[in-house]
Design a protein around this ligand. Structure first.
Ligand code: HEC
Length: 186
């Protein structure tokens, strides 16, 4: 009686184990089938994503060349103006005014320079270091060419950095207009 019982358990466990293993085998097959079915579209997708990657790489090169062209004109016509009238606040090369050391003034100027560079930093040429996109920077600079506003009036009054001349403004408008047009084209 006891033996039969043990044998029964043995048979039962063999069935159970083989049942399990059969189950996993079947599962594996299912998996393989799924993979095989998906293989074709997966390949297509891969090719498509490679194509997209190639296209975006080409776009990137076109954009870089446009930036280069814009920078070339910047270096020739605009940088000298900016060096004379903007770099004190918007770059790493600041020539401090003689009154910088007057108590209270230093803190104010330092704060303005920090703020100015946060907006736009001309230290590394075009495209500028900025929290805006290059095209938006160009639009801001175009606006300054049209309407003024930079350098800030209080510094012009305090004789640190001089106003943009009519000629400076015209050069800025011309450069930004051409650059915006070039970037606008695809
Ligand atoms: C004496 C310091 C100083 C000088 C010099 C100066 N800026 Fe600024 N600039 C600032 C400060 C401060 C800000 C941020 C606060 C503001 O917008 O007024 C700023 C912001 C800007 C901005 C971003 C805001 C906007 O108007 O869209 C641009 C672009 C800019 N300046 C361009 C110039 C140009 C171009 C020159 C030279 C012609 C120049 N700045 C000279 C202090 C200066």
């Amino acid at each position: 009686m006891k033996r039969k019982f043990l044998f029964g358990i043995l048979v039962l466990s063999i069935f159970t184990i083989s049942g399990f293993s059969h189950g996993t085998e079947k599962h594996d097959n299912d998996k393989k089938k799924v993979v095989q079915k998906k293989e074709q579209p997966l390949h297509d997708n891969l090719e498509k994503s490679l194509e997209i990657k190639k296209a975006s790489k080409e776009k990137e090169i076109v954009l870089k060349n446009k930036y280069k062209k814009i920078n070339k004109e910047y270096l020739q016509n605009i940088k000298p103006i900016f060096e004379a009238k903007c770099f004190n606040c918007h770059s790493n090369t600041t020539n401090y005014p003689f009154y910088y050391k007057i108590p209270g003034i230093k803190g104010m100027i330092d704060k303005d320079i920090k703020e100015a560079k946060k907006h736009i930093d001309f230290s590394k040429d075009f495209p500028f270091i900025s929290h805006e996109t290059p095209i938006n920077d160009l639009k801001s600079l175009n606006k300054i060419g049209q309407e003024g506003g930079m350098p800030p009036l209080k510094y012009i009054i305090a004789h640190w950095d001089s106003k943009l001349s009519k000629k400076d403004k015209e050069a800025m408008i011309e450069w930004t207009k051409n650059a915006i047009e070039l970037l606008g084209k695809d």
